[in-house]
Ligand binder design. Structure first.
Ligand code: PXP
Length: 240
């Protein structure tokens, strides 16, 4: 199975927003990602609009040929936005106002009753729903009960460990990917992935997609966005 790279361009907008003007334009980054062989564009429209904003989403939806994956909190506001835009996919993430970035997976089990109507309305609109969860069997089972076709496994804990300490976390990711696939759920993964830590994750055979943002945009400062995306794709392909 091929492994797709979804490029999260949120932090192009973060840099733009630091000065309040238009540069660097997220849509210019989208065109570079298209050119570099990225397989999709991921954006997280946060409640506080700290990176991507509503107008960016409008432009993205009308101007890219790549599938768009909208990361969204499970709120009425975001549900209405997703239903209006109908992106290819919507990845439901937990969102806390005070966090710097998404800190942990969604509690799909504990929040079943809150998530169920949101997941079903997205699915009814033809949007591929993904749940961003920790690589735990209980969360996969919860995703199954919610009829989510996709789960995105949180690689944050793996990414923060020293290379010598990663084996246990890597096994959790591999076991979760296998369990999801066995139950007919397509497993994806993401958060904190870099050139240095992506290969063992990309080697997990059931994974169909990785979503990577902060590192690619940061690395673009040194080698350019096109090269940053190309090198990440090459590393992912080398793992298969
Ligand atoms: N996947 C999800 C669900 C995320 O929330 C994020 C961060 O926005 C990513 C992937 C990408 O993480 P990073 O920016 O660390 O590559």
């Amino acid at each position: 199975m091929t492994l797709r790279l979804g490029v999260n361009i949120d932090h192009v907008a973060t840099i733009r927003n630091a000065r309040g003007g238009e540069h660097p334009e997220p849509m210019r980054a989208v065109r570079v990602v298209e050119q570099a062989g990225g397989d999709g564009i991921t954006v997280h429209l946060r409640e506080d609009r700290r990176h991507i904003r509503d107008l960016d989403l409008d432009a993205l939806m009308s101007e890219t040929r790549l599938p768009v994956n909208l990361e969204m909190a499970a709120t009425d506001e975001m549900l209405a936005i997703a239903l209006r835009h109908r992106p290819h996919a919507a990845c439901i993430v937990p969102e806390k106002r005070e966090e710097r970035t998404t800190e942990g997976g969604l509690d799909a089990r504990g929040q079943h009753n809150h998530l169920a109507p949101i997941v079903s309305r997205l699915l009814d609109a033809g949007i591929r729903v993904s749940l961003f969860i920790e690589p735990e069997p209980a969360q996969i089972e919860a995703a199954l009960r919610l009829h989510a076709p996709v789960v995105e496994l949180h690689t944050g804990r793996y990414a923060h460990l020293a290379e010598t300490d990663r084996a246990v976390e890597l096994k959790r990711l591999a076991d979760a990917a296998a369990l999801a696939a066995k139950n007919g759920i397509e497993p994806h993964a993401g958060h904190g992935l870099t050139f240095d830590n992506v290969v063992p994750v990309a080697a997990i055979p059931q994974l169909a997609e990785l979503n990577i943002g902060h590192f690619l945009v940061g690395e673009a400062i040194f080698i350019g966005l096109e090269e940053s995306v190309r090198r990440m794709k090459a590393l992912m392909e080398s793992a298969r």
